[in-house]
Design a protein around this ligand. Structure first.
Ligand SMILES: O=C[C@H](O)COP(=O)(O)O
Length: 239
């Protein structure tokens, strides 16, 4: 099984979601790829109806680790469970770097998701400075150290070098293979590891052929339904 996941980030109204999902369901019928979308919270609860009885899965881009309480602006695992999410993204680089979520907080989020049986897509990745100074392996190790024992069957890890996110620049295929194989070495369980960072219809086939890559987490290109469909097909064909 391979995975093509689309993270819409802070994009996509309810009307957009409805039109998009209908188009995607008409466009692709993946045989060996699991497809999931991660819309913003305002569109998320409508996904339980939009994707009903289809191959399409859906997840949240973030959540807090308490079940309820005085945490203005946050959404809890209980709330996500209620709408039937298939996954929650934890530790996306935008959460780490813009919202300053640290490794301890991310571990608590993973534990909270597990308490409610919500599989996690845990994101890791180095900055350009860290890559330039040869610190990539150490950074990935540090980002995984608190969760490597608790990530388990059902969970997924996404390797997303920060410098490749939204920049149009991707690592070489060798660099992707090396980092993914390092992440797999660090994990205690045998989990799928996805690549993310400027995946598009032009590079999807090449990335799908890199050994060890179990799928992709697509940002910008997942907002264009035709392009996302091409990426899904690229992974569906290259088993
Ligand atoms: O979650 C997705 C990643 O941040 C990749 O985003 P991108 O495809 O726009 O570079």
């Amino acid at each position: 099984m391979r995975y093509v996941f689309g993270n819409w980030k802070m994009n996509g109204t309810l009307a957009f979601a409805e039109e998009y999902v209908n188009k995607l369901l008409g466009e692709v019928r993946p045989a060996s790829v699991q497809v999931a979308l991660f819309p913003p919270f305002t569109a998320l609860s409508s996904f339980q109806y939009l994707v009903k009885d289809s191959f399409l899965k859906f997840g949240a881009q973030n959540m807090y680790y308490e079940d309820s309480g005085a945490f203005t602006g946050e959404v809890s695992p209980v709330m996500l469970k209620e709408i039937g999410v298939d996954y929650v993204l934890i530790g996306h680089s935008e959460r780490r770097h813009i919202f300053l979520e640290n490794d301890e907080m991310l571990m608590k989020k993973v534990e909270a998701a597990h308490r409610h049986d919500i599989p996690v897509v845990f994101c890791v990745g180095e900055t350009l400075e860290e890559r330039r100074t040869g610190a990539t392996k150490d950074v990935l190790k540090r980002q995984l150290i608190l969760v490597q024992d608790i990530l388990s069957r059902g969970d997924i890890v996404a390797y997303e070098p920060v410098w490749a996110i939204g920049t149009g620049v991707t690592p070489t295929m060798d660099e992707i293979r090396e980092s993914i194989s390092w992440v797999k070495e660090l994990l205690k369980a045998d989990l799928p590891v996805l690549y993310g960072g400027s995946v598009n219809k032009g590079n999807a086939v090449d990335i799908s052929e890199v050994s060890g890559v179990d799928g992709v987490l697509v940002g910008g290109a997942s907002l264009k339904v035709e392009e996302f469909a091409i990426i899904i097909k690229a992974f569906d064909q290259n088993i």
